[in-house]
Design a protein around this ligand. Structure first.
Ligand code: AKG
Length: 311
């Protein structure tokens, strides 16, 4: 169900991302071949035959349960990323009942205004312990989660921009198709990540885990070393039923494709073995960035408390 494109130029040095049928994977082979070394892999058809996670099904499950819907807007991607006011989970949100968001997905508003339900925990919902998740965990021998399962839901056209995470991730594709661009962790210098020091004055609104480059429309004048990163770019297409292992530190841009609704669920896991976690500088950059948000958090807290007194 998945395809991997690696391009022809510099094929020798470009990482190859394997796409393997679910029948060939056991917990031991997944750990030994992929998790231990931090190698991304698409496991195809792992969830074939399970009920379709379409909008009707999700409305039945969530009803009027409220979710924070990210308002990306139409202008964001015309801006230099250095002008973005926020990114990731600090993008402005609107809390709304799921059925209301479903109506905006159906009538085209979500596409027109780039509204996205991003990284919302399923913990308090009817789908918290859903069958597909326990099935994936058992089949891949996954242990030691560091987060709940999170829902990602939008329409074709939405892009979650190039970033990396501090933990191993499993992205489970449930509806529609996603195209994922990837760069290995060692490409950090060529991807122009926001500096760790940004966290000091911007808190989480600017993140060391995000690249300043638009990988499909790069500004080579501002980011000349990105040409070198392109030699290492890989691309994966994820279809319903596929599961993608994204190891800690791997840079990824996730693009929802097609005209319909696109739905995935992810979860983050402790990086095992520990020796791999210790080697990945991208991970420690992110943790260090989080520590550096503290002064900004304190300043914002003090400022918000002093405002009523200021009158
Ligand atoms: O699906 C998305 O929009 C983003 C998912 C992601 O970044 C992840 O699973 O790490």
């Amino acid at each position: 169900m998945s395809s991997v494109e690696t391009g022809s130029a510099s094929a020798l040095s470009r990482p190859q991302i394997s796409s393997i049928p679910a029948a060939q994977v056991t917990p031991v082979s997944f750990f030994e071949t992929y998790r231990k070394s931090g190698t991304p892999v698409v496991i195809t058809g792992l969830l074939d035959g399970l009920p379709e996670w379409n909008l009707e099904y999700l409305c039945q499950q969530f009803g009027d349960c409220q979710f924070p819907i990210r308002q990306y807007g139409t202008k964001r991607y015309q801006l230099d990323k250095r002008q973005w006011p926020n990114m990731g989970s600090t993008v402005e949100t609107h809390l709304m009942p799921f059925t209301e968001y479903a109506a905006l997905l159906r009538d085209g508003t979500a596409k027109a205004q780039d509204l996205y339900l991003g990284k919302c925990s399923l913990k308090q919902t009817a789908l918290a312990n859903s069958e597909p998740f326990t099935f994936v965990e058992t089949r891949l021998g996954l242990k030691a989660p560091v987060t709940d399962y999170n829902l990602w839901l939008g329409v074709g056209g939405h892009t979650t921009c190039l970033h990396c995470d501090a933990f191993d991730g499993i992205l489970i594709q449930l509806l529609g198709t996603k195209r994922i661009l990837l760069f290995p962790p060692r490409q950090l210098p060529n991807l122009y990540a926001f500096p760790i020091s940004s966290h000091l004055w911007a808190g989480l609104k600017r993140r060391a885990s995000y690249s300043q480059v638009y990988p499909e429309q790069p500004d080579f004048e501002s980011f000349p070393r990105f040409r070198a990163a392109l030699q290492q770019k890989c691309e994966v297409v994820l279809n319903p039923g596929d599961v993608f292992f994204i190891p800690v530190g791997w840079w990824h841009e996730v693009i929802s494709t097609g005209d319909g609704v696109v739905c995935s669920v992810n979860r983050f896991w402790r990086v095992l073995p520990l020796s791999r976690a210790l080697r990945i500088w991208n991970k420690w950059r992110i943790h260090l960035g989080s520590v550096l948000t503290v002064p900004h958090v304190i300043w914002t807290e003090l400022h918000s408390h002093s405002r009523p007194l200021d009158g």
